[in-house]
Write a protein that binds this ligand. Structure first.
Ligand SMILES: NC(=O)c1ccc[n+]([C@@H]2O[C@H](COP(=O)([O-])OP(=O)(O)OC[C@H]3O[C@@H](n4cnc5c(N)ncnc54)[C@H](OP(=O)(O)O)[C@@H]3O)[C@@H](O)[C@H]2O)c1
Length: 419
């Protein structure tokens, strides 16, 4: 992602090339861009160089995109038609998809979508008699959905046998389960070894559970694709404030999701990883758009409807170009014009917003299937990252600040009492 700097430099940043590549990805589900809304005015630095405002940059990109798309049919209006006709899934006819976490909020949407497209689904849940699981089966066409009991953290041969039984005859696996465990004080003090002993810990679910399921899928010998759903922040640098915060609050969740992704890549079955942003339970809000990127691309994180995430998973599971690929999906409340504003710091200006052009492989629109056509396989290894030092520094800073604040309060109270 390149920062957009002085105004004069904008058209020279390869934007015409972006225009044509975008135009080819956008027509089927592209959006008509919203009218400009007021934003910050342009800035000058101490040397007198003028920097563009957010709107300056957006306008230039908007103009360029309309010019590029002038020969194309008029795209549908995002506000008027937020839900295009579901895409055809690339099915071969023999599909049996094991959806682990299929009774969850994303998983149930995936199961309904696959079943309505003609794929059979087996839902793995810890409790097949639950209301969520039975209601899902009953809501799908008869005979398309079966329920199986299993827990990816269940120890020993019983656990292995349940996973092996659930995988019999499966051609695809969608692993959309996860742990959301709030960190405890004991974690910081190293009490009770929760990473080993707590089955609700992300180490047990998002890493060891995923690795175990992926190995079982490879052993089954019939699985053609293993799809894992993690989160957008898995791709962030460990020092990114969002990554630090999520790791600190949710038991190092990103560290373990990353390890789970590495285990999926290593299992030998062709994979797809889907990394969504913050999930919304409601349908996509009118006028909003979806952003899809692949590989290492930083997709500007925004809330995304679980419906859109389920559509990405459903299409990507069978799309040949999504094999061995990592797909990021997020939402934006309005078309961005290919630009995101981001906090930045430099000695001359201090903290300020800069307009950042989306990376080349980030696409924006309302037709998820059309955007997924641009996905390419991952290049290179997914490396382990050191998350802990950044979380430790953050926690230490927090304790330091709390100690200082307490000392200040005590000193103030003493001074008042003396009066
Ligand atoms: N919430 C967000 O904003 C967010 C953002 C990015 C990514 N994600 C990820 O997206 C995925 C799906 O999210 P969601 O909203 O659908 O979550 P959800 O509604 O909480 O569903 C998660 C499912 O995981 C299953 N599960 C939990 N532990 C399990 C275990 N030990 N063995 C087998 N299954 C287990 C549960 O199935 P049963 O109870 O039926 O067994 C549950 O239905 C998760 O992996 C999550 O980490 C979430």
């Amino acid at each position: 992602m390149a920062a957009i700097a002085p105004v004069a430099a904008v058209p020279a940043r390869g934007l015409p090339r972006r225009a044509s590549s975008r135009a080819s990805a956008v027509p089927a589900g592209g959006v008509r861009l919203a009218p400009p809304h007021p934003r910050t005015s342009s800035l000058r630095d101490r040397g007198g160089t003028r920097y563009p405002s957010y709107d300056d940059v957006r306008r230039s990109v908007r103009t360029m995109r309309f010019a590029a798309a002038s020969d194309a049919p008029t795209p549908p209006d995002a506000a008027a038609d937020p839900a295009p006709t579901p895409a055809r899934l690339d099915l071969e006819g023999d599909e049996l998809v094991l959806v682990v976490g299929g009774a969850g909020r994303v998983g149930a949407r995936v199961v309904r979508r696959l079943a309505s497209a003609g794929a059979r689904c087996r839902v793995l849940t810890r409790d097949p008699s639950s209301k969520a699981a039975t209601a899902l089966r009953d809501a799908c066409p008869p005979g398309t959905v079966e329920l199986a009991r299993g827990d990816v953290t269940e120890p020993g041969t019983n656990g292995d046998a349940a996973l092996a039984a659930a995988l019999v005859g499966c051609t695809h696996v969608v692993a959309c389960f996860g742990a959301q465990r709030i960190s405890k004080i004991g974690d910081i003090l190293g009490l009770g070894a929760p990473e080993t002993n707590d089955v609700t810990h992300p180490a047990a679910v998002n890493f060891r559970g995923v690795a175990r399921l992926a190995t079982a899928a490879a052993d089954a010998g019939t699985v053609r694709r293993f799809v894992r759903v993690t989160g957008m922040s898995v791709g962030y640098h460990p020092a990114d404030p969002i990554a630090v915060l999520l790791n600190a609050v949710l038991s190092m969740t990103i560290k373990w999701q990353l390890r789970g992704e590495r285990a999926v890549r290593a299992c030998g079955v062709p994979y797809t990883v889907v990394r969504p942003g913050n999930l919304l339970d409601t349908p996509r809000p009118p006028g909003s758009v979806v952003l899809v990127g692949h590989g290492d691309a930083k997709v500007p994180a925004g809330k995304v409807s679980r419906d859109d995430v389920a559509e990405v998973i459903s299409v990507a599971t069978f799309a040949k170009n999504c094999q061995n690929a990592t797909v990021g999906v997020a939402g934006a409340p309005a078309p961005t014009g290919g630009i995101a504003s981001q906090m930045a710091w430099d000695p001359a200006r201090g903290m300020h917003y800069v307009a950042m052009e989306h990376e080349e492989c980030v696409r924006e629109g309302v037709d998820v299937a059309a955007m997924l056509e641009g996905v390419e396989a991952d290049v290179g290894e997914l490396r382990e990252r050191r998350h802990f030092p950044f979380v430790a520094a953050f926690v230490a800073a927090l304790f330091g600040a709390a100690t200082l604040a307490t000392a200040g309060l005590v000193a103030a109270a003493r001074a008042l009492l003396k009066l």
